[in-house]
Design a protein around this ligand. Sequence first.
Ligand code: GTQ
Length: 351
Amino acid sequence: MNAPHPTAQQRQQLYQDMSPHNLTPLWEVLHALVPTSPSSPCAPALWKYEHVRPYLKRAGEVITAEEAIRRVLILENPALRGQSAITQSLYAGLQLILPGEIAPSHRHTQSALRFIVEGSGAYTAVDGERTTMHPGDFIITPKWTWHDHGNEASEPVVWLDGLDIPMIRFFDAGFAENNTEKSQTVSRTEGSSFARYGHNMAPVRGDAPFGGTSPIFNYPYARSREALHQLERDTPLDPWDGFKLRYVNPATGGSPMPTLGTFMQRLPAGFEGKASRQTDGAVYSVVEGAGTAYIESPSGSVRFDFEARDHFVVPSWQTVRFQSPSGCVLFSFSDRPVHQALGIHQEERLS
Ligand code: GTQ
């Protein structure tokens, strides 16, 4: 072995001497700080519902919703364990509420989405209005609005929670407060937000109640499903996406929440999609049917065979393509609105 080059030694000495002063050389890390393309530490991962469900059931036996505040099993990215994150910017979890339970009212600066996975008849209350959950419904909780969940039906209800928790943590902008009431007082009849904003109409006077966040807080599956099926009947198929729609804030045409973009797509029977990649890593909830996602990650190719109620994550800038011999419907969410606001969103569609 050769002795280290004197310059190398001098460099090491410099690093060592300045380290106690909280100084470190850029040139040793520049390539990683300013990569030629994104190289997410996040890994692709799949959570089969049949594997998750027994643990949800056990969670229901060891803690009440009230004691837990939120009885949720976090979907933790295997490459980000301990961080309560499914991607660097997003949080996802599966929340269980049993008949008769209440998840008490609180509010926080994090925005949340609920995507109903199993069971019907539980409710979420937001800003004085309740909305009843059905499988496939997409429900939002705008930042800093009081919200509580309850189940007055006879079956357990499970939904996917998607929040911008890691993003708000990154900005050190998290505030939260517990309500003095366990269940907030209901001040409007169910459906009144939808009546005002859900029919391509809006009140003549007054601003939308939640600023840049959608004034609608339940986007029922019956409607999104019908829209996709009609598209399948009479519009051309997108070779990458199948038939894919984004949810909108009807007051702005933008995303329902400033930090979270949400999508619903139908892959028709026999779909053999082309590969694409995007800067926004995305979380998928399988609504109906079955299929396969092929993801190219730096550590190799992975194949996820999915069916209804399974969840998976596609990391930033890793290519994904879908196949579905029998057809399926996929819900997904990502931090795309933030990428778009910053002008850094990129998509590459491979042929
Ligand atoms: O329902 O308010 O999964 O505050 C994590 C944090 C759900 C909620 C989560 C939360 C909630």
